[in-house]
Design a protein around this ligand. Structure first.
Ligand SMILES: [Zn+2]
Ligand SMILES: [Zn+2]
Length: 118
């Protein structure tokens, strides 16, 4: 492992040292602001953001199979990363805990249940 020196948190005026951009406390805050920004600007814009595309790609590598089909004992390749709690209902945008891998047909069924246009 290469040695990485701790740096002060990038949040203005915060003296805490961190190995990431922000200390854990401010990372949480920045994540919340990030979420709020996209919730304002609209979900469609979020789905086009590079952060989401990267997240989605990595998530599908780690979770290659549809979780709904898995529950029914089927192994189907996932193609969609779904937000368990929809963004419009306040679900976290980039948290693994709010994501699940689905195949296109299970995602379609879920969207209909939720009354969304997607
Ligand atoms: Zn900080
Ligand atoms: Zn499925």
């Amino acid at each position: 492992m290469p040695y990485k020196p701790a740096k002060p948190c990038s949040y203005p005026g915060c003296p805490k040292l961190t190995y990431e951009r922000y200390c854990p406390e401010h990372k949480k805050l920045m994540d919340a602001q990030y979420d709020a920004r996209f919730r304002d600007r609209g979900v469609a814009e979020f789905y086009h953001s590079s952060e989401w595309k990267r997240k989605r790609q990595n998530y599908l590598i780690e979770h290659p199979f549809c979780v709904e089909c898995w529950k029914k004992g089927k192994l189907t390749k996932a193609s969609v990363v779904d937000h368990i709690i929809p963004i419009k209902q306040g679900g976290a945008l980039l948290e693994d805990s709010n994501l699940q891998a689905l195949c296109a047909s299970c995602h379609g069924a879920k969207s209909i249940r939720e009354g969304s246009r997607y």
